[in-house]
Design a protein around this ligand. Structure first.
Ligand code: ADE
Length: 243
């Protein structure tokens, strides 16, 4: 039975709408002590215990700690602290129109890979891709009418030709910067992972990513916020096999 869920966010702008909507409060005293920069919030949504971990800000630049390294640290520490039944990697992503993505769509992840870990050595090549299945949630997906596809993570907002080739080989639908690292930490604890990603920009389109990302960040965060409480409601009290 799903009784508690942990949502992992990289950016404050992605996390705040849900924190406000569910009335979650920052855990005090902190559940995760420094020097780890992440910040946690908790509360209830119906019968479900909801925890959020946000990767916090980089102290030198003041920007959100995006990317794989902070994401795996936050996930590892927050799963240890909260022992959730399911983890959700939530946030924004670039979408591939070749896989049916449009700005503002919300996707559920079927699996995650890394597109920027290219290690052409025996077995390290497979490790580099780090393919990991997400929790299958076919009923939830059809009830909420969400699109689905493979999520690919890398530490750059842009991509190289080689990244694009790998994403094409795996029919990636959304590209972001954390999910595969979150999956790695979840797999250590054998906790299932879901990905819920709202599209800010079209990777295989013709507009510069950074321009499109900044233009659509708040609209995509709103789409994410409209979807996440419905996802949580669908999960509450169900067996994983019923999702
Ligand atoms: N987050 C939002 N859009 C993205 C993109 N195109 N690449 C990586 N992360 C993103």
């Amino acid at each position: 039975m799903v009784q508690s869920v942990l949502l992992v966010f990289a950016m404050d702008a992605e996390a705040q709408p849900l924190i406000q909507a569910l009335g979650l409060t920052e855990d005090a005293p902190p559940k995760i002590v420094g020097p780890a920069p992440c910040v946690t919030f908790s509360g209830q949504h119906g019968d479900l215990q909801v925890h959020v971990v946000w990767n916090g800000k980089d102290k030198d630049t003041g920007v959100d700690n995006v990317g794989t390294v902070p994401a795996s640290l936050s996930t590892y520490l927050a799963v240890m602290a909260f022992k959730p039944d399911v983890v959700i990697s939530a946030g924004t992503a670039g979408g591939f129109k070749a896989q049916g993505a449009a700005i503002g769509d919300v996707f559920l992840g079927t699996a995650v890979i890394n597109h920027d870990r290219r290690i052409p050595l025996p077995s390290f090549d497979k490790y580099g891709i780090g393919y990991s299945l997400c929790l299958a949630t076919p009923k939830l997906r059809s009830h909420l009418g969400l699109k689905q596809g493979v999520v690919s993570s890398g530490n750059s907002l842009d991509y190289t030709d080689k990244c694009m080739e790998i994403m094409g080989q795996h029919q990636v639908a959304v590209k972001e910067m954390e999910a595969a690292a979150i999956a790695w930490a979840c797999n250590l604890y054998h906790v299932p992972l879901m990905c819920v990603k709202a599209v800010t920009d079209i990777v295989d389109g013709d507009r510069p990513t950074s321009e499109e990302f900044l233009e659509n960040l708040h609209a995509a965060a709103a789409a994410l916020q409209a979807t996440l409480p419905r996802v949580l409601t669908e999960m509450a009290g169900k067996k994983l096999s019923e999702l």
